[in-house]
Design a protein around this ligand. Structure first.
Ligand SMILES: Cc1cc2nc3c(=O)[nH]c(=O)nc-3n(C[C@H](O)[C@H](O)[C@H](O)COP(=O)(O)OP(=O)(O)OC[C@H]3O[C@@H](n4cnc5c(N)ncnc54)[C@H](O)[C@@H]3O)c2cc1C
Length: 383
């Protein structure tokens, strides 16, 4: 069905991004996958293209966009080109909103220009070895010492940590009262060059090979109190404010990846011959791909509705959870069916569908697992 969420400007921007990815990224992407991360200069190029600063106010060198649709275009084009580069999404869709909403005037001057031009790449560190879904269980501590906080602890699974210059670290600044485990968390912006801060292993993952995911350690890291984001102790509340966009961003990507898998497979089945005729001629192939096309259409309608709702300022946590749950489960379902139609080639990493299968698996886990999404949705319907 015809999509109505994007206007001419979005489509012109889409053409620019598509062309850039095809020219600058697709040919070298296998090398980035081998290296386990994209090179630092890639982000500077994205900065020049205006991709990183879409929502940064113009006075700081950004595009001044208030809405999320241009971000969605980038997200869709990355997925369409089969490029697992969630580091971009973390920077633009997840970290930037915290800076825009909670950074004070001095912090905005200090950070936003670099965030827009790619000189300051960012990551966000919530998850710890001992706690992921249950963020109230964070044990990394930040103890006030004069005009600094002293940070101790460890984080894991941090997207973009290898290239990050600034990491938003969620840490405990005070012990929680017995009746509120969520109290006492704060967000500190840690500069990667600070002594005591170290980036550990870039984890070897099942998929998303060019998207670095690393461990972080904080050993007596002295973070200026001027790097506290917002007010001390309100970190959990701040995290809650941005989860809708984070989950919508994952859903947009998952949805576009499912659409890309379908398109790829339509091409494959037309060319592959089995038992003397094209694979596309078998009723099973037609039925399976008809199911996929229906799934993709339904997911697109939901994503587009959510994009409108989000730009109107009204996407609730529960609705974002529904969109993420639906689109990520849909992605897994569609990509799995598409892989099956590739036969043995679908299992070989030279074929894009194999990498798409590996990349898809994590979308039901990160940004809140499907089970956590169901808990949020259940609560919203009074259960
Ligand atoms: C590639 C990748 C990138 C990531 N990037 C980042 C990042 O940039 N920053 C960051 O902070 N984190 C990041 N994460 C971490 C990610 O958000 C967590 O892995 C995720 O939230 C789940 O936490 P966990 O791994 O500790 O699993 P756990 O919380 O230990 O969950 C284990 C299982 O228990 C289930 N479970 C948990 N709670 C409930 C419940 N209440 N009811 C029912 N079942 C439940 C889960 O659904 C899951 O099946 C990333 C992870 C990956 C794999």
């Amino acid at each position: 069905m015809r999509r109505t969420v994007f206007d001419e400007d979005h489509e012109a921007f889409r053409a620019t991004v598509r062309d850039f990815l095809a020219r600058e990224v697709v040919p070298v992407f296998p090398e980035w996958e081998k290296a386990g991360a994209a090179p630092r200069d890639f982000y500077r190029l994205l900065g020049k293209l205006g991709v990183l600063g879409l929502q940064v106010p113009e006075e700081y060198g950004g595009g001044g966009q208030r809405g999320f649709k241009f971000n969605a275009v980038v997200n869709e084009e990355l997925a369409r080109a089969k490029l697992g580069l969630g580091t971009v999404r973390v920077h633009t869709d997840i970290v930037l909103p915290y800076l825009l909403r909670y950074a004070d005037a001095e912090q905005r001057r200090r950070w936003l220009p670099g965030v827009a031009d790619g000189e300051l790449m960012t990551a966000i560190a919530m998850t710890e070895p001992g706690t992921g879904s249950d963020l109230a269980g964070i044990t990394t501590t930040a103890v006030r010492d004069g005009d600094h906080y002293v940070l101790n602890g460890a984080k894991t699974f941090i997207t973009g940590a290898v290239n990050a210059d600034l990491v938003l670290v969620v840490a405990r600044t005070s012990a929680p009262p017995p009746d509120d485990r969520r109290a006492g968390l704060s967000i500190l912006v840690v500069e990667a060059a600070t002594p005591g801060f170290s980036v550990g292993r870039n984890l070897a993952k099942l998929g998303l090979k060019a998207q670095d995911t690393a461990e972080l350690a904080f050993d007596g890291v002295r973070v200026p109190a001027a790097n506290l984001l917002g007010e001390e102790g309100r970190g959990f509340e701040y995290l809650g404010h941005n989860l809708a966009q984070e989950r919508l961003s994952i859903a947009v990507n998952a949805q576009a990846a499912a659409a890309a898998a379908l398109e790829l497979t339509l091409g494959y089945v037309a060319e592959r011959n089995v038992f003397g005729k094209p694979l596309s001629g078998f009723q099973n192939t037609k039925f399976v791909l008809a199911e996929c096309a229906t799934d993709v259409e339904a997911g697109q309608a939901l994503v587009d509705r959510a994009l409108e709702e989000h730009d109107a300022g009204g996407l609730s946590a529960a609705d974002a959870a529904k969109v993420k749950l639906f689109c990520t489960e849909l992605q897994s379902r569609v990509v799995d069916k598409c892989l099956q139609l590739h036969g043995g080639y679908g299992y070989v990493l030279d074929y894009p569908i194999a990498r798409m299968y590996a990349d898809a698996r994590v979308t039901r886990i990160y940004g809140g697992t499907s089970e956590v999404m169901k808990s949020i949705i259940a609560k919203s319907i009074g259960l």
